[in-house]
Design a binder for this molecule. Structure first.
Ligand code: PGA
Length: 260
């Protein structure tokens, strides 16, 4: 049984200048089919968001930011706030492992960003996941638990339903070493159960849980086949229009298969 619209998110990271981003959007526009059961979100760099927001067909694509600052405005040189993103994007990725590990974002920063997103009526996609060392030390469950508890603190049950959680084990990102479907499924169950125990079954039922980390058109279907995983956060493969379109198609098939 599939309860929720699938969510396929393309994280372009720091790729594509304005020219290349427009080109990629045009390729995606001709390759990606529109399905009412799959929401497709593109997350290009801040630089290109405004322009792409004027070019997309909003039935086909929504936009997301890769980050935001948690204050709404002020003397914060170089930052972009959730308040400024309002009206341009629907989603914002928060706490991506590259933000946590390369830019040193703390749990406190991430919590404040989730709250800023919600306050400004954007949907946060909160990323959680363990490093290789934490996995080797058997800490995966604790890491996910703590990151969730901290990231979602102070939200209401209603607000939780507007969030998505992406389980992205750090060792799987950009490495070609994607998680097994069992690992991803177990993490999704853990996330669901933790949210249900803190915010109730209804909030947990509305929350969408994604897997991310070396997703491609060959491995996407196995994650989508589990009823606990509602979508995918795709990095490298989202820069290839045909591959990304195929992943969207697989998400659509998930619903068809389940209804047969
Ligand atoms: P990847 O990136 O698909 O290139 O592993 C995923 C992500 O970082 O969101």
């Amino acid at each position: 049984m599939t309860r929720r619209t699938s969510l396929i998110v393309g994280n372009w990271k720091m790729h594509a200048n304005m020219h290349d981003a427009t080109l990629l959007l045009h390729k995606l526009a001709s390759e990606v089919a529109v399905h009412s059961d799959v929401e497709v979100v593109l997350c290009p760099t801040f630089l290109t968001l405004q322009s792409l927001s004027l070019q997309i067909d909003r039935h086909q694509f929504k936009l997301g930011a890769q980050n935001c600052y948690w204050r709404d405005e002020g003397a914060y040189t170089g930052e972009i706030s959730a308040a400024q993103l309002h009206g341009i994007v629907d989603y914002v990725i928060v706490g991506h492992s590259e933000r946590r590990h390369i830019f040193g974002e703390s749990e406190k920063d991430i919590r404040a960003k989730v709250q800023a997103a919600v306050r400004n009526r954007l949907r946060p996609i909160l990323c959680v996941g363990e490093t290789t060392q934490q996995r080797l030390d058997g800490e995966t469950t604790h890491v996910i638990h703590d990151q969730l508890l901290s990231g979602l603190a102070n939200l209401t049950s209603d607000e939780i339903g507007h969030c998505a959680i992406a389980y992205e084990p750090v060792w799987a990102i950009g490495s070609g070493d994607n998680a097994t479907v069992d690992d991803a499924h177990n993490a999704a169950v853990l996330i669901h159960d933790q949210v249900a125990s803190l915010y109730g079954e209804q909030a947990a039922g509305a929350l969408r849980i994604l897997y991310g980390g070396s997703v491609n058109d060959h491995n996407a279907a196995m994650y989508l086949a589990t009823d606990r995983i509602d979508g995918l956060l795709v990095g490298g493969a989202s820069l290839h229009a045909k591959v990304f379109a195929k992943i969207v198609e697989l998400a659509h098939n998930k619903h068809n298969d389940n209804h047969e």
